[in-house]
Ligand binder design. Structure first.
Ligand SMILES: [Ca+2]
Length: 86
């Protein structure tokens, strides 16, 4: 006889890191048990974080020298940084 274990939905490492299942084999007369330990592999599913909550800079008006010029450098972990104005 063969048994199989399936997962019916997505698992979350932050909720539970490990599952321990007890398997039973039985021929109606005797039975035996074994343990299956399943470790959930963590992936980075958290939003990126900036190093600072606010970045401030200043640009002088009417200054068109050395264009395009760097205005600000911001960094964040493992992501692409885009720009949105308010
Ligand atoms: Ca995670």
């Amino acid at each position: 006889m063969t048994g199989a274990i399936y997962v019916a939905g997505a698992l979350d490492y932050e909720t539970r890191k490990r599952y321990e299942l007890r398997l039973a084999a039985s021929d109606n007369l005797k039975e035996n048990y074994t343990t299956v330990v399943i470790h959930i592999k963590d992936v980075n599913d958290n939003p990126p974080v900036f190093e600072r909550p606010t970045y401030r800079t200043q640009i002088t008006e009417e200054d068109d020298r050395n264009l395009p010029k760097s205005v600000l450098r911001a960094s964040s972990n493992s992501c692409v940084i885009g720009m949105r104005s308010f």
